[in-house]
Design a protein around this ligand. Structure first.
Ligand SMILES: [Zn+2]
Length: 308
């Protein structure tokens, strides 16, 4: 990880309460659970600037987690994979929900990675655009899929469409923000009235996390491999179905659909034994409905509703 100073929060990033329970130390931080709202978060956490620098440097990324080595270049529009099957499900849901008489339907992705999801959306007829903080990702998306996308900081940009986008997607992005409400308000401002969003985050109430935490506690802190792979320094906030839906409603969104999925292990660089163990854990998670990914699709209302 970087040598920069990490940021101290002292309070819950969603409800602002300082009533919290210290759960355990992880990496150079601590995991807390907010008593009033139940949200789990890291304190201290990485600043947004450190986060951008971290993702800009593949060397830094791979040094921190070897399993990222194949992550960013993974995926092909024509090759079947779990990632592509998940993307097709997401696109079908968005397509059904947002069907309208409009000739062009606009689609924006925050944190597009290598551009695979936007390329799949474009193939389905959407007019796509997106922003990513990484120069490298912009270049990969251009060379692999011919996409001309924006590089920069989403939080300091303005939508180029006056009436907003029909769909805004942010997969594996929200958990990085220590001010998630500001991020969701930005998404709100990018959407057209009655436009749809899709948010995907790691599910903190997964079998993987429950098992990792149980092993850590039962071994009196000696077995920490599991919690160190589920709680990462670059992920500040850890959501469950309850905490994420409460946050989205607080920001004025209407939740239309929520479902779970699990990680596509082919996307990560694991040894054969690690892959076998991870696949066993994820399969049990699926059987008992505690999968490790959480997806929510919702809508911006025609008039803003604020839940106090
Ligand atoms: Zn809270």
């Amino acid at each position: 990880m970087t040598n920069s100073q990490h940021l101290l929060l002292h309070q819950c990033p969603v409800c602002g309460s300082n009533q919290r329970r210290l759960l355990f130390p992880v990496h150079q931080s601590f995991v807390y659970s907010c008593q009033p709202c139940g949200l789990r978060y890291l304190d201290p956490c990485m600043s947004q600037k450190d986060m951008s620098d971290f993702y800009e440097s593949p060397e830094q990324l791979f040094k921190s987690h070897a399993f990222y080595q194949t992550y960013y270049d993974y995926g092909d529009l024509t090759k079947p994979s779990k990632t592509m099957r998940d993307y097709q499900v997401f696109l079908s849901c968005l397509d059904e929900m947002s069907s309208s008489q409009k000739k062009t339907r606009t689609f924006f992705e925050v944190g597009y990675g290598n551009g695979l999801f936007l390329a799949a959306a474009q193939k389905k007829g959407w007019q796509v655009a997106g922003i990513d903080s990484s120069h490298r990702n912009r270049s990969v998306a251009r060379h692999r899929f011919g996409l001309e996308l924006q590089q920069g900081d989403f939080m300091s940009c303005q939508s180029s469409l006056t009436n907003g986008y029909d769909v805004v997607v942010a997969m594996d992005v929200l958990e990085h923000f220590y001010q998630p409400m500001a991020f969701l308000e930005k998404i709100y401002s990018y959407l057209s009235a009655e436009g749809f969003f899709l948010i995907a985050v790691p599910n903190d109430l997964s079998f993987l996390r429950l098992l990792s935490e149980s092993l850590f506690r039962m071994s009196f802190g000696l077995i920490r491999g599991g919690i160190e792979k589920t709680y990462l320094m670059e992920h500040t906030v850890y959501y469950t179905r309850q905490t994420l839906s409460a946050l989205l409603q607080k920001c004025g969104f209407i939740i239309k659909k929520q479902f779970f999925s699990s990680t596509d292990l082919e996307r990560y660089h694991f040894t054969a034994i690690e892959k076998l163990a991870a696949s066993g854990i994820l399969n049990i998670g699926k059987l008992i409905h505690l999968e490790n990914r959480l997806i929510m699709i919702g809508q911006k209302p025609s008039e803003k509703i604020i839940v106090l």
